[in-house]
Design a binder for this molecule. Structure first.
Ligand code: ADP
Length: 739
């Protein structure tokens, strides 16, 4: 006799499926891939997702356990998305169960019904009346019946306690057959009606129109577009007008945005423009809101879906277009667990679901530019700012041997003073939070080293703390040097707190607003500061990356970058690309309205060719140069990488595991006769000790993606069996962006 065996993906890091028998009393025909089942797993119960039903198992029949409960009557995840998850797990060499956990809203993983929220209502059955003789001696039941009778559409169960109705009385009415319970959606679905537009569309300029027409002509099927438009060139206006067409065609648009405080601003822009049902999926929405938004998108009750990285996995009933704004942004790559890149997966999704996809950026990633050059993406360019705004002018300010006061040179101080006096705003960018990146003993050279990491602790003066930005360790700054006991401890270098303090002293007549992760931690703080900035009075803004992205500050005419040198001599081959993107994005905050903008870059390397090219010829000239250097060095996008990271309590353990992994890979390369894959390492991680653990890594580099992935497919599951693996935590990062 053959029986049905269910192969389930469970929330486990193991890269395998688990076999169960169907729940008692459930027929095979009722079981479809993608459905959720509650199953016993060890001593716990977990929720698994059915991948397939087969007849055979490697586990002896008598050892198989039945699943406890089938949670769905139809698969919650539509077939194309389920397929995307299968592909994702395979491509990123990740457990399928865990992949599905990242892709599904939390409440679905916890077993919540995958339907719009249901509520219970109490209703009278036909003919029931308070005069029923059976109620003659039951005054409470009679009262309850009267209360229910007053609600033509049923009395919501949630109102019972408010109306002080006794549940027992209701149960007795139920027993007598005078009332019944009905479950239905608590909120009826909102239908769209009327015109899609709430405000008139701007008249596109010639370049915007060309970009719009190109994508509009391709709205029917898969095609990838890269909209490379300088900051303020009106990319968002192009998105909005395309979305209008999508809505008119009765379809939905998915818009991914980076994980920074863009949410409220972006949302406002969409809400001002459209009379449409907008679903929002970002890290600040709670689990219930997320599930509601997800369901609305899936069931066609949301027209526009806006979200960060993981919103890529939102199902859509009628998808029409995917837009990835700021496609170069690093937050699209998840750096823990399932290390996926939302942009890359969105491309795959667009192809699978036959949709157009539009990537937009003022500073496209070298990967995307390469794809545009090779014809995989259609390149659309916007080279001029929209409206009256002009592009900002760059100035490299050589600070070699100039005194710096909290990182600010004399000429910069002057320029800031002039701008403020002219009634305009100034933005000062610096990529370090806190007061100073380290505390130093002037007598003996002691440094505020983190006890758990190979890194220094940052002084946060406002809270009187030393904090490690890598592991979160916090301690009070010592009064005396822990080594020599002297009292001459000095903060070295400048972070945003120090720049804020100093600028406040230098320009006492103007407000200084600091915008970084610390100052905006409080809910609403960011909105409040943005409100102040938008009032337009002269002021100084000091901040980190948070200030660099997406904001539209019409009164900022001077942008100062305090230190551009880090990106020019880092060991990571992507550092210069990141630096260039950052400079251009920060610079893009300058002069977005009628006044022209100016950007001052303080540097010790004023003649560095990349910096010269970037500031004199612009990002695209820089990118061409950087791409030709990548090609010469055989680095991505001209090769493909995967990184095996390992960390352990004791020194040497991670390396030993990676050594074994490396030998295994060498054997496999030979067995499978794969060429063009190189194994580099193992080597210690750039920060070898972090949060008390010793870390190392092994890099795999392949000329062709296919051979690299064939190797990975065989190799990674075998790593789970390596004996040295027990003492280490390891992870695989396919297409890593941080080396
Ligand atoms: P980007 O997304 O490229 O940074 P935006 O779409 O935010 O650019 O546009 C920058 C500014 O220019 C906005 O204030 C926008 O309203 C304005 N703008 C965009 N397109 C036009 C246009 N065709 N005519 C006039 N103003 C425009």
């Amino acid at each position: 006799m053959s029986s049905s065996i269910l192969r389930l993906a469970l929330p486990s890091p193991l890269r395998r499926l688990f076999d169960y028998l169907p729940p008692i009393g459930i027929a095979r025909a009722a079981l479809l891939p993608g459905m959720r089942l509650r199953v016993p797993f060890g001593r716990r119960e977990v929720i698994g997702i059915l991948v397939e039903v087969t007849d055979q198992s490697e586990v002896p029949m008598e050892k198989l356990k039945p699943a406890l409960e089938l949670l769905d009557s139809k698969p919650p995840l539509p077939a194309p998305l389920f397929k995307l998850c299968l592909w994702t797990a395979q491509y990123y060499q990740h457990s399928l169960g865990d992949t599905l956990s990242w892709a599904l809203p939390v409440l679905l993983r916890q077993g919540e019904p995958a339907e719009a929220r249901q509520e219970r209502y109490w209703r009278l059955v036909d003919g029931a009346s308070p005069d029923d003789p059976r109620l003659a001696r039951a005054p409470r039941q009679r009262e309850a019946l009267k209360a229910i009778a007053q609600h033509a559409h049923g009395l919501p169960h949630a109102l019972l306690s408010k109306l002080q109705l006794n549940k027992d009385s209701l149960d007795l009415l139920l027993e007598k057959g005078l009332v019944r319970i009905e479950s239905r959606r608590s909120r009826p679905s909102r239908e769209h009606s009327g015109s899609w537009l709430l405000q008139a569309e701007l008249t596109l300029n010639a370049q915007q129109r060309a970009a719009f027409e190109a994508v509009n002509a391709g709205l029917g099927g898969f095609q990838a577009f890269l909209l490379a438009g300088v900051t303020g060139s009106g990319k968002t206006e192009v998105y909005l007008q395309l979305i209008h067409r999508v809505l008119e065609a009765g379809k939905q648009a998915l818009v991914l945005i980076p994980e920074i405080n863009l949410g409220p601003q972006t949302l406002a822009r969409f809400e001002q423009r459209f009379n449409a049902r907008i679903a929002l999926l970002h890290s600040n929405v709670n689990d219930r809101e997320r599930l509601d938004a997800w369901l609305a998108a899936r069931d066609g009750e949301a027209d526009i879906i806006i979200g960060t990285r993981s919103a890529l996995f939102t199902p859509m009933k009628n998808p029409g277009l995917i837009i990835i704004d700021e496609e170069h942004d690093a937050s699209y790559k998840q750096q823990e667990g399932l290390r996926y890149h939302a942009r890359d997966l969105a491309l795959l999704r667009a192809r699978q679901e036959n949709l157009p996809i539009l990537l937009g950026s003022a500073t496209p990633s070298l990967e995307s530019l390469h794809n545009a050059h090779s014809g995989r993406y259609a390149l659309l360019k916007l080279t001029q700012r929209a409206g009256n705004a002009q592009s900002p002018r760059f100035m490299r300010l050589d600070v070699k041997s100039r005194p710096l006061d909290a990182g600010i040179s004399g000429p910069l101080q002057q320029a800031i003073g002039q701008t403020l006096a002219a009634g305009q705003q100034v933005l000062v960018y610096l990529n370090r939070r806190g007061f100073a990146p380290t505390l130093l003993c002037h007598d003996c050279g002691w440094l505020s080293q983190c006890p758990r990491c190979d890194a220094r602790m940052t002084l946060h003066q406002r809270h009187n703390e030393l904090r490690c930005h890598h592991c979160g360790h916090v301690e009070r700054p010592p009064r005396n040097c822990p080594d020599c006991g002297k009292v001459d401890l000095r903060p070295v270098g400048a972070g945003t707190e120090r720049a804020e303090e100093r600028l406040g002293i230098l320009f006492p007549d103007y407000p200084v607003l600091r915008i970084d992760r610390d100052s905006t931690a409080r809910k609403g703080a960011m909105e409040q500061m943005i409100g102040t900035i938008n009032r337009g009075e002269p002021c100084l803004l000091v901040g980190t990356q948070m200030l660099a992205k997406g904001h539209h500050f019409p009164r900022v005419t001077l942008v100062a970058i305090l230190d551009a040198d880090g990106g020019l001599f880092s060991a990571d081959f992507r550092a210069s690309e990141r630096m260039a993107q950052l400079i251009v994005q920060v610079a893009g905050r300058a002069g977005r309205a009628d006044e022209p903008g100016k950007v001052i870059i303080q540097t010790h390397l004023a003649d560095h060719p990349l910096l010269v090219q970037l500031t004199e010829q612009g990002y695209f000239a820089f990118a061409e140069q950087a791409l030709s250097e990548r090609r010469a060095a055989g680095l991505p996008p001209f090769s493909h990488l995967a990184l095996l990271r390992a960390e352990a309590q004791k020194p040497g353990q991670a390396e030993a595991f990676l050594d074994d992994a490396c030998s295994l890979a060498e054997q496999l390369l030979e067995q499978l006769q794969l060429n063009g894959v190189e194994l580099l390492g193992p080597i210690p991680a750039p920060m070898e000790r972090r949060a008390g653990r010793y870390r190392a890594q092994l890099l795999l580099q392949g000329n062709a993606r296919a051979s690299l992935h064939r190797l990975m497919g065989a190799w990674v599951p075998m790593l789970e069996q390596l004996p040295g693996g027990r003492a280490v935590r390891w992870s695989v990062d396919v297409d890593p962006i941080d080396l």
